[in-house]
Design a protein around this ligand. Structure first.
Ligand SMILES: [Fe+2]
Length: 188
């Protein structure tokens, strides 16, 4: 069961007091997404739903706040995502167990019309996210996430709004970033 404690109160609705009443769901902001991820990450019962594999990443889908898409992800030692974006969705993620490392780019990328570009000097960012720590990100965020441990699994909670329509995967060679593939929901 999706951790109800994490979902309650995270969807804002407004109902007009008339016979023509309509319910409007407000898109969750970054604070709401990050709070959801933090709440699930602190819920041992929710985390225990995820089975871990010795060498493969594993995941369980959750219902996020306000119609968002959420995932519990298990990271074997040394596993990583590769560089990718989130198809224009905003999101947040929080490490629940173990520790993750995020590499990201502090520059907006053109949304379309390119296959390869040279990154500007000094755009690389790296942050370590031990259990309990996370971050929110906007619709143009490009990153890769790594479990740098040689011995320990990590578990994290991720949430995206709107639900991921697609994502682009990138290859990186030095300062050159190239679009490698575009994945849609059918691919995962
Ligand atoms: Fe990501």
């Amino acid at each position: 069961m999706t951790p109800s404690a994490a979902l309650s109160g995270s969807t804002t609705t407004a109902t007009a007091p008339s016979p023509t009443a309509a319910t409007t769901t407000v898109a969750p902001d970054l604070t709401t997404l990050l709070t959801f991820a933090q709440t699930v990450a602190a819920d041992p019962d929710a985390l225990d739903r995820l089975a871990l594999h010795p060498t493969e990443r594993t995941w369980v889908r959750l219902d996020g706040p306000g119609g968002s898409e959420a995932w519990l992800i298990g990271w074997p030692p040394g596993s990583e995502t590769g560089w990718h974006d989130h198809g224009g969705s905003s999101g947040a993620f929080v490490t629940a167990r173990g520790s993750l490392s995020e590499l990201s780019l502090a520059m907006p990328l053109p949304s379309s019309g390119w296959r390869s570009l040279e990154l500007e000097e000094g755009v690389d960012r790296q942050r370590s996210l031990p259990a309990g720590r996370g971050r929110a990100f906007g619709p143009h965020h490009v990153h890769q996430v790594v479990n740098p441990s040689a011995a320990d699994h990590a578990v994290s909670v991720h949430v995206y709004h709107p639900p991921l329509p697609r994502l682009r995967r990138y290859e990186r060679s030095g300062d050159v970033l190239s679009v490698a593939a575009v994945e849609t929901q059918e691919d995962w």
